[in-house]
Design a binder for this molecule. Structure first.
Ligand code: C2E
Ligand code: CA
Ligand code: CA
Ligand code: CA
Length: 279
């Protein structure tokens, strides 16, 4: 029994060391990766209900590592936050997204709205609004096609400053969305103090839809309140038809999830749009 315990401990220890090594390797490579632009954006379609037409997309970053291959943002965004490299990386994301909007327009697509995720450190950056404005001006993108996804915790860190920053973004003409809604501590009534247009219900609530009455009641009430406050409401993480049926019954306006598509490269997204979009 003792030796089994010892072996198990060793296995655990090796596993931890691997994680730490991966952490250090990725962290060390991040600066170089930014210089060499080893990143791409993938695009996940946003689908309007009930007609199920593609009306937008969310940009999601991937690190195309020369040795390790494709690395998901959960593995390096926290490292980028810790090191401050999220600032140059976040700027790259905004610029890439704007250029993508321009490329889609040049390809003859009807314009769609593209959402970009911000991280908390990036949101606190003093010249963030100026940076976004420059990116829009340099690419000639109409700001109404750019949306920023922010989390409740980002906004609550310094509520007064956040409100001012959001108003500056609104003056630029872009739209603002609350991501992962329901996972924080703030009420929707309080959030309305912020000039936001869209609410994205966290996928943990969507996962249990139709399986848990309390959960369904929360989703239903959230959608109803968002509708009555004139906020657009979108559900993320939709994976099956029965979730769509429930969401249609609650008057949810948009959905996003693997049921329709995983996040796609820009070429694959274009093909998807040609097959399913409003082109
Ligand atoms: P998020 O903003 O909540 O993005 C949604 C995540 O759920 C994405 O993971 C997406 O691929 C995944 N997803 C989409 N549909 C489904 C579904 O039907 N089922 C399930 N189980 N998952 C689904 P991804 O791309 O790995 O991104 C993870 C997180 O990394 C994002 O969560 C976001 O917080 C962050 N992130 C991604 N791109 C960026 C970026 O450019 N900047 C910043 N700051 N953060 C980013
Ligand atoms: Ca998001
Ligand atoms: Ca989310
Ligand atoms: Ca998130």
């Amino acid at each position: 029994a003792k030796s089994t315990g010892h072996n198990m401990y060793c296995v655990y220890e090796d596993h931890m060391a691997d994680n730490i090594n991966a952490h250090l390797t990725l962290g060390g490579g991040l600066r170089k990766a930014i210089e060499e632009e080893q990143f791409i954006l993938h695009y996940q379609p946003k689908i309007r209900l009930p007609d199920e037409v593609v009306v937008g997309a969310e940009a999601l970053i991937r690190w195309v590592h020369p040795e390790l291959g494709m690395i998901s943002p959960d593995q390096f965004i926290p490292l980028a936050e810790e090191s401050g490299l999220i600032l140059p990386l976040g700027e790259w994301v905004i610029r890439r997204a704007c250029r993508q909007l321009q490329e889609w327009r040049e390809a003859g697509l009807d314009p769609i709205k593209l959402s970009v995720n911000l991280s908390s450190r990036q949101f606190m950056q003093a010249d963030l609004v100026d940076m976004v404005q420059r990116a829009l001006e340099e690419t000639g993108v109409d700001p109404k096609y750019l949306e920023l996804e922010l989390t409740e915790s980002m906004l609550m860190a310094d509520a007064q400053q956040s409100i001012e920053k959001l108003h500056s973004f609104r003056k630029l003409g872009l739209t603002l969305s609350i991501d992962d809604f329901g996972t924080g501590y703030s009420s929707l009534a309080y959030l309305k103090k912020f000039p936001i247009q869209t609410l994205k219900i966290d996928r943990s609530f969507i996962h249990d839809l139709g399986l848990d009455c309390d959960n369904d009641a929360i989703v239903k009430a959230t959608i109803a309140m968002a509708n009555s406050l004139n906020l657009k409401v979108i559900a993320e993480g939709v994976e099956n038809r029965s979730q769509i049926d429930v969401l249609n019954g609650y008057d949810c306006q948009e959905v996003q999830g693997y049921l329709f598509s995983k996040p796609l490269s820009s070429d694959d997204f274009l093909m998807y749009l040609k097959a399913h979009g409003v082109m």
